[in-house]
Write a protein that binds this ligand. Structure first.
Ligand SMILES: Nc1ncnc2c1ncn2[C@@H]1O[C@H](COP(=O)(O)OP(=O)(O)OP(=O)(O)O)[C@@H](O)[C@H]1O
Length: 260
């Protein structure tokens, strides 16, 4: 079995009287794509926000590569090699594609008078074109174009490319294909596969079970703030996954499908 990269044990999180996470546990391994499934309000987003430091957990333990970790901020998560691509929030829309790819980590020239290190734009542009070429979207996109001129799918591609660029061990995608067209959706799913091929671990939230069968190795199902099932995708089928999400028996669901 491949190496464990992230383990969550009994993660808890409440918002006032709402127990969003009662006790969520899961293990992610190197080079696997895992789909995090569950009905609305199951706790999926809250769990990834706990891992990415957006809403730190109230309790439980997080282990990164077997070592106990503390994630209290987005910076903590990034330093541990965990990059999260939230829906629509990861990019600075007014800045260029190139700036976005390296946001906060742009190559700089030598400091001027020891205090000011200006961005090295030619080097930035060159690094951005190399990256866009590597992820196969160089033909369409100009690294100098502002992100607000891009489609939803192109924005997702940029956000994902950025995570790849910094070699994050774990990449978390919150509904990465939400609101995307067919072609854009396929582009994002292709990136997910490329990330796995490059050895990254990908955890993605989705409501689209067809995508699960296209790219995921395993599914983890949440219900009412807990992980209630984990399965290898090759060992299950669409109806069984739907039944797990709904918390009903697969045979009952099949019977209901016949009636309606
Ligand atoms: N910031 C918040 N303040 C108060 N309650 C919240 C907050 N975030 C989430 N919750 C509540 O926590 C529970 C879990 O929500 P969460 O968004 O994690 O579910 P989800 O599985 O991601 O659902 P969806 O698929 O609809 O996005 C819900 O009852 C939700 O209303």
């Amino acid at each position: 079995m491949s190496v464990e990269v992230l383990r969550l044990e009994g993660i808890r999180k409440s918002f006032g009287s709402v127990k969003a996470l009662k006790s969520a546990s899961m293990t992610l391994r190197e080079g696997e794509v895992v789909a995090l499934l569950g009905d609305n309000g199951a706790g999926k987003s809250t769990l990834i926000k706990a891992i990415s430091g957006v809403h730190p957990a109230d309790g439980g333990a997080i282990y990164v590569r077997g070592e106990k970790a503390t994630i209290r901020s987005a910076r903590d998560a990034i330093e541990l090699g965990i990059e999260t691509i939230h829906q629509d929030t990861s990019l600075a829309p007014d800045l260029s594609i190139a700036r976005n790819l390296f946001l906060g980590r742009e190559p700089v020239k030598l400091p001027f008078l020891g205090v000011f290190a200006p961005i090295d734009f030619p080097l930035l542009r060159q690094a951005a074109s190399t990256l866009l070429k590597r992820v196969g979207i160089s033909k369409k996109l100009d690294a100098d174009a502002a992100v607000n001129t891009l489609s939803g799918g192109e924005r997702q591609s940029i956000a994902i490319s950025r995570a790849m660029q910094f070699a994050a061990k774990v990449i978390i995608l919150d509904e990465p294909t939400n609101n995307l067209g067919v072609e854009e959706t396929h582009g994002v799913l292709r990136f997910v596969k490329e990330m796995r091929a490059a050895g990254h671990t990908v955890l993605f939230i989705t409501h689209n079970i067809h995508h699960v069968f296209q790219v995921a190795d395993r599914i983890i199902v949440m219900r009412r703030g807990e992980v209630v099932a984990e399965q290898t995708v090759g060992d299950t089928d669409l109806l069984s996954v739907e039944a797990l999400i709904m918390g009903v028996d697969a045979a009952t669901l099949a019977e209901q499908a016949k009636v309606h």
